[in-house]
Design a protein around this ligand. Structure first.
Ligand SMILES: NC(=O)c1ccc[n+]([C@@H]2O[C@H](COP(=O)([O-])OP(=O)(O)OC[C@H]3O[C@@H](n4cnc5c(N)ncnc54)[C@H](O)[C@@H]3O)[C@@H](O)[C@H]2O)c1
Length: 345
């Protein structure tokens, strides 16, 4: 734990956390608990949030992020609103800090690219907080696809909806779709060729609360993402349909997150007449593999510390953060233009 003897050893990474609103405290808890991490300083503009964190962990706090930059922390986790990521991350990189920046990496691709370039120039670790890439269920699904268990992947459907939380500075696309986009890129191990998106702002003027996104990947793979802050049910589900098997990953399920359906359709290789032609449907077993229940954010934070320690490139590095932001930017452009198809650069 935070003040244990283990924490004081030579290898401990001195960590600072910037932003303790909704998400920051989850990072703080993890960096407080993980052995090998030495949580030194927490920064937020709001004194009441700092007081809350100080009461919980007895950690040093500050309202001035310059203090964090001038401190001896080696690594900073940034969990402030998206519009502030670029400025704060660039300042941290200038100060030679390794950084973990919450998703989405930046508010646009130009900013994300500059962050990647500066991190590379300075030899600093830049990691994007794509939490789902550290989710054991996503990892399991990725292995199934890579090992050819599903056959040829046909299409993927991702739904991430519930009532709220309405954001003031970004629309639902930038708030929720980074998760599904990063999952898709990770699962399929490829980048989409094009994207189109449609959305509506029903509650807050000018801020879309519902969006439907379609992505075209190489190999004729299609994916669609449905994100909404305006839905009666909390759904966090991804379906992958392959030629051999189909998988449903339901993140709301407490334990049985993945179900593998040995279902499919076979087309007869040859038939002379319409009467002879008939599809054969296969209804096989449904299996539910045992998946580790370790908290994905804990795995992510451990990985960040490991990268800081060993200088390895993070799984969700700055470039993967940039890819996600570029796709979001193309989707936003499509959203503003009635759903027209946009090339992903
Ligand atoms: N990985 C995930 O699953 C996940 C989940 C939720 C949010 N997030 C991300 O976390 C980030 C923060 O989201 P949130 O919901 O916690 O936002 P929030 O508004 O609840 O909290 C942000 C905090 O940052 C502070 N802040 C803003 N500017 C600051 C500055 N210059 N110096 C110090 N503190 C500053 C604010 O006072 C606030 O307390 C966003 O990028 C969001 O997308 C990630």
């Amino acid at each position: 734990m935070g003040g244990s003897l283990n924490h004081k050893s030579m290898q401990n990474i001195r960590v600072g956390v910037l932003g303790c609103g909704y998400w920051g405290p989850k990072l703080i808890r993890n960096f407080y608990e993980i052995p090998g991490s030495d949580l030194r300083l927490v920064c937020d503009l709001r004194p009441e949030r700092l007081e809350h964190i100080q009461n919980l962990y007895g950690v040093q706090v500050t309202q001035n992020y310059q203090e964090l930059l001038e401190s001896d922390v080696a690594a900073i986790a940034i969990a402030t609103p998206v519009s502030t990521h670029y400025e704060l991350a660039m300042a941290a990189l200038e100060a030679g800090k390794d950084i973990l920046v919450e998703k989405p990496l930046a508010a646009n691709a130009r900013q994300a690219r500059e962050m990647v370039e500066l991190a590379e120039q300075r030899g600093c670790i830049l990691m994007a907080g794509h939490t789902f890439e550290y989710n054991p269920a996503v990892e399991y699904l990725r292995n199934l696809i890579a090992q050819g268990e599903l056959g040829t992947v046909y299409y993927v459907n991702a739904t991430r909806v519930n009532l709220g939380i309405f954001q003031k500075d970004i629309n639902v696309l930038w708030d929720l779709a980074p998760h599904d986009i990063s999952i898709l890129l990770y699962l399929l191990n490829m980048t989409p060729l094009s994207v189109s998106a449609r959305g509506r702002a029903y509650v807050q003027r000018g801020i879309q609360d519902v969006a439907f996104v379609t992505l075209d990947f190489p190999n004729n793979i299609m994916a669609d993402i449905r994100v909404s802050w305006l839905d009666p049910c909390k759904i966090r589900r991804i379906t992958v349909v392959g030629s051999r098997k189909m998988v449903v990953y339901d993140d709301v399920e407490p334990t049985e997150k993945i179900k593998i359906y040995d279902k499919g359709v076979e087309v007869p290789p040859y038939s002379d007449t319409l009467e002879e032609f008939h599809l054969s449907y296969r209804y096989g077993d449904i299996t539910t593999p045992a998946i580790s229940t370790e908290e994905p954010l804990k795995i992510e934070c451990k990985h960040f510390l490991e990268c800081v320690r060993t200088r390895q490139t993070p799984r969700s590095d700055g470039r993967s953060g940039l890819r996600v932001v570029s796709i979001l930017e193309a989707a936003e452009h499509s959203l503003d233009n009635g759903g027209q198809q946009e090339e992903v650069r």
